[in-house]
Design a protein around this ligand. Structure first.
Ligand code: PMP
Length: 453
């Protein structure tokens, strides 16, 4: 009974990122079914989902009975045992995953992107204690990047509005400047912006003292901070800097991982050789909660300590890291991406979406910049192309709402960075067809016409 479900939701469910206002006048949207690229709400409305479950997660689309079957079979065989021991799907998925990540070696399982990042931060701290007398413990993060919702993951997040009202934060997390070329800093060298932006990281390292900095944590392409691909030259210089000062490079692939950008991982577009990689959302496309902190064998071996057997291991546990549903779903998710050639589709459909949006920018002056990779694209809206003044957040919201009224769910950066909550976000499932892509961009065309026309 739709009325009852919506009524119970309204009465008892505390929604993420929303609370009182939206539900005083309108019923909450309760999603009851998904199939392929589409979802249906409790009132029977159908939507084309251009953001894979609102937050770039359902990479292989909804209604995959093969994943459900694999999870069911695994659950009736063995649902759980703590990861202090092994289990079959965890071992199998680790092997498959490492096959896709040359240079990487070990997989640590947990349940969310935030948790995967926390593990990486703890790895840095414990290595600092073991090898550097506790000194080399700081983690650098970049302005506009997001690394999660827990207090420490927020401490490592460069989005002021997400952090607002949650301080004091964990010490030892230090921000470096962003690298968004469209919003380049006033004193930037625009001939060589990528190298210049990376050099700003070195300045922070020197100011902090290189012997205090243990790791640099970066999104390969900034997601919720505005879909920002680092400019040419950035990654090579970043890697040089990390090597020079013996700093671990931690890449947060929570959004880009598992095919979203047309390669298994975002960093693989740029020849990056990370020391740690974290991933979550697309690992099992939301069919089960799973995240992974993946490291090199070298990082794994830094825990060896023949002199102190009580401290010669990563002293961390995650209860639900021992759930078998996650790796069982992840194995099937990976098989689908391979068997259905979804990364090739992602590149084709991503190119189509990019060119559709670029065509729209000829028509709608409010589109200031279109950027992204694969099926991970942002369109930044401005009130004036020349001054690049950001479009008001309310107007950006009106575009999203208009698309929703047309039955197309798109996203937008929201309440993350003051004055920068103006990017429309698109991350359809990797199974999107040309018709789906055109349907999405037609809806955006209509919405822009209506809101700004
Ligand atoms: N890292 C990035 C880049 C993210 O976008 C997110 C979530 N949006 C997280 C980490 C945190 O993941 P979770 O919500 O699963 O804790």
């Amino acid at each position: 009974d739709a009325k009852e479900v919506v009524g119970n939701d309204r009465k008892h469910v505390w929604h993420h990122l929303t609370q009182h206002k939206p539900f005083e006048e309108n019923d909450p949207m309760v999603i009851v079914k998904g199939e392929g690229m589409r979802v249906w709400d409790a009132k029977g409305n159908e939507y084309l989902d251009a953001v894979s479950g609102a937050v770039w997660t359902v990479n292989v689309g909804y209604g995959r009975t093969e994943i459900a079957d694999a999870v069911r079979d695994q659950l009736v065989t063995l649902n759980y045992f703590a990861q202090t021991a092994g289990n079959v799907p965890a071992a199998q998925f680790a092997e498959k995953l490492i096959e896709k990540m040359p240079g990487m070696s070990r997989v640590y399982y947990s349940n969310s992107g935030s948790e995967a990042n926390e593990k990486a931060f703890k790895i840095v701290r414990q290595i600092a204690e073991k090898k550097y007398g506790g000194k080399k413990h700081k983690v650098l993060f970049r302005e506009r990047d997001y690394h999660g919702t827990t207090i420490t993951a927020l401490s490592a997040t460069g989005q002021y509005e997400r952090k607002n009202q949650y301080g004091p934060f964990t010490p030892g997390f230090v921000e470096v400047p962003h690298c968004c070329e469209y919003r380049a800093q006033d004193d930037a060298d625009m001939e060589n912006y990528g190298v210049w932006a990376a050099d700003q990281i070195e300045k922070v390292i020197l100011a902090e003292g290189a012997d205090t900095v243990g790791a640099l944590c970066l999104e390969p392409i900034t997601a919720g901070g505005g879909v920002i691909e680092p400019p040419q030259g950035y990654w090579d210089r970043v890697q040089e800097i990390c090597k020079k000062y013996d700093i671990l490079l931690h890449i947060d692939e929570v959004v880009c991982g598992l095919g979203r950008t047309g390669k298994w991982f975002g960093y693989q577009h740029y020849g990056v050789k990370p020391d740690m990689v974290t991933m979550a959302k697309g690992v099992a496309s939301g069919y089960a909660a799973i995240s992974c902190t993946v490291t090199t064998e070298e990082v794994f071996n830094m825990f060896k300590d023949p002199e102190d057997a009580r401290m010669d291991y990563f002293r961390d546990i995650s209860t639900f890291g021992g759930c078998t549903a996650g790796p069982a779903a992840a194995l099937e998710n990976m098989r689908i991406i391979e068997d259905e050639n979804l990364m090739a589709n992602t590149l084709d459909m991503g190119a189509r979406m990019m060119s559709n949006l670029q065509a729209l920018s000829e028509k709608h002056a409010v589109i200031g910049d279109v950027r992204g990779k694969g099926l991970f694209i942002g369109a930044e809206l401005v009130s004036d192309r020349k001054s690049k003044d950001a479009m008001d957040e309310k107007m950006v919201g009106a575009v999203v709402a208009d698309c929703m009224a047309q039955g197309v769910i798109i996203g937008a950066t929201n309440r993350s960075i003051p004055g920068r909550n103006n990017t429309l976000c698109f991350s359809p499932a990797l199974i999107a067809t040309a018709d789906d892509i055109d349907h999405i961009t037609d809806a955006v065309d209509n919405a822009l016409g209506r809101v700004f026309g």
